[in-house]
Write a protein that binds this ligand. Structure first.
Ligand code: BG6
Length: 490
């Protein structure tokens, strides 16, 4: 694909994301020769830095920058980094930003990366447009919007409307870094490049689908942000619904941006709206409480810095929902996410139907060995198929065994970070792995009633769960019958 000369402008350049993810991603692209001959990064934020000081901060002193190039390479990369101090919220400051871009004399192609608080999205996009920086006459202009994209349906609709009055939809890249993960993209290949899975991928053969994203960390230093957000907005509305879309969408007619995004969109549209009763019964929320993990006492969520001591913000959500279309009629989907869980793991488990008639004695005496395909998103990226086998020896006793593939066995294969992949896609003008405006709205449409019910319905409990455990036990009750024992594998 074509990679034009361009300038990447990062708003929020002194922030954590820039140092932790963006600069390392660009540096890796540079070391792997994916960047064009002429490119520059222009960091923008309020703090005063000279170019040299900024380079020192984001390159020399950046512990997230992998030393995968030589010192010469770092020095050469460093030359590409520039800095411009300005008051981002002041529309009058954008004229000088435009002059600075012209002085860099690279090309008229610009990417504006908004790594700022969401409250600045409107003013930044408006001010860019006011000074002609959304105009594509002398080169393309693209704008990347970080999450959270809106606070609820209403604010997401507003934000889309605002952005669309300054930029056109094809210029807008709404980032969801889960879509950039290698194992997430591989869902498309697993489903649509294998003839053995796709015929089984429907209500006739799949009993239920389970998606888990567990983290061991608490809210760390992000209490201030997180307390106004919570797991539903932080993880489910975006990352986990995107995973669900890739697992469940129809085959796209072509592997193109519009075909794939259309199918994701259709999937969001077919999520069965949750009734008030469903929300009470099928959505469980929790908040971690202080506990001792491996001899270390960790604070409860309400004791974290930046979190209100009376906070009602959830750090855990488990929910059950259905997709109302031909393929998935009657198949429950279970998703859960939480902070301060015992293990860090993101995985999707496809539970296939049991065989129609049981001939053999199961090894454990429990009927829990139906086929499962486990797609490990992270860590230990890979895929595992569980199937039945005869226990060697007398009789016909059955157990299950694993067919297991690990990405780490691909010895010399470079696996790019999500941000690396996504930035390159934006540079190349490919928005397949970005969220389209209508799809973000459709995802909010599904989530919004839950948030509203949580605010207004006193019957909906907030369960506490000790840090380092798998969340409120009530979540197990979402799963029916014998599957209780095997869903939520960990
Ligand atoms: C972010 C959330 O979008 O995703 C964080 O704001 C969360 O709260 C993170 O920790 C998880 O991402 P990953 O890539 O570590 O699974």
């Amino acid at each position: 694909k074509q990679t034009d000369n361009h300038i990447l402008v990062i708003f929020g350049a002194s922030g954590d994301l820039t140092e932790r993810k963006l600069i390392p991603a660009i540096y890796n692209l540079y070391c792997r020769s994916f960047l064009p001959e002429k490119f520059a990064v222009l960091g923008v934020s309020r703090t005063k830095f000279t170019d040299e000081e900024y380079r020192k901060k984001v390159i020399l002193e950046n512990k997230h920058l992998k030393d995968n190039g030589s010192a010469d390479k770092q020095a050469a990369f460093s030359e590409k980094i520039h800095y411009h101090a300005m008051e981002t919220s002041d529309p009058n400051a954008y004229g000088s930003l435009k002059d600075r871009l012209t002085q860099l004399d690279i090309s008229g192609n610009y990417i504006f990366y908004l790594s700022t608080p969401p409250s600045l999205y409107e003013v930044v996009s408006r001010s860019l447009s006011n000074v002609g920086l959304s105009n594509e006459e002398d080169g393309w202009k693209r704008i990347i919007i970080e999450k959270p994209f809106g606070y609820d349906l209403k604010t997401a609709l507003e934000l889309n409307k605002q952005l669309l009055s300054y930029f056109a939809e094809p210029q807008i890249y709404r980032i969801d870094h889960y879509l950039g993960k290698e194992t997430v993209q591989n869902l498309l290949i697993t489903r649509f490049a294998n003839s053995i899975f796709e015929p089984l991928w429907n209500r006739n053969f799949i009993h239920h689908v389970e998606i888990t994203a567990a983290e061991t960390v608490g809210v760390e230093k992000r209490g201030g942000y997180y307390d106004g957000s919570g797991a539903m907005r932080d993880m489910i509305q975006n990352h986990l619904l995107q995973l669900a879309a890739l697992v469940a969408m129809e085959p796209p007619v072509q592997a193109t941006e519009s075909a794939i995004r259309n199918e994701r969109m259709k999937l969001f549209q077919s999520l069965r709206p949750l009734s008030p009763e469903d929300i009470e019964k099928n959505v469980i929320r929790g908040q971690y409480t202080s506990a001792t993990i491996h001899g270390e006492t960790v604070p409860g969520y309400r004791e974290e810095e930046g979190v209100s001591p009376e906070s009602r913000t959830e750090t855990y959500v488990a929910m059950k929902f259905f997709i109302d279309n031909w393929r998935w009629s009657g198949v429950p989907f279970y998703i859960r996410t939480g902070k301060r869980m015992p293990t860090r793991v993101t995985e999707i488990v496809i539970h296939f139907n049991p065989t129609p008639h049981h001939l053999f004695v199961k090894n454990t005496g429990v009927m829990n060995q139906d086929n499962m395909l486990i797609i490990r998103i992270q860590p230990d990226e890979g895929m595992l198929l569980k199937f039945a086998m005869k226990i060697p020896g007398e009789g016909l006793r059955v157990t299950d065994v694993d067919m297991d593939f690990h990405y780490k066995d691909l010895a010399d294969t470079y696996i790019p970070e999500a941000y690396e992949r996504l930035l390159l896609d934006c540079i190349q003008g490919d928005a397949t792995l970005y969220a389209r405006g209508d799809a973000v709205e459709a995802a909010w449409q599904f989530i919004d009633p839950i948030l509203k019910a949580w605010e207004t319905n006193p019957n909906i409990k907030m369960y506490g769960y000790p840090a380092g455990t798998w969340g409120p036990e009530n979540a197990d009750d979402l799963v029916e019958g014998k599957h209780k024992n095997i869903t939520w594998r960990y």
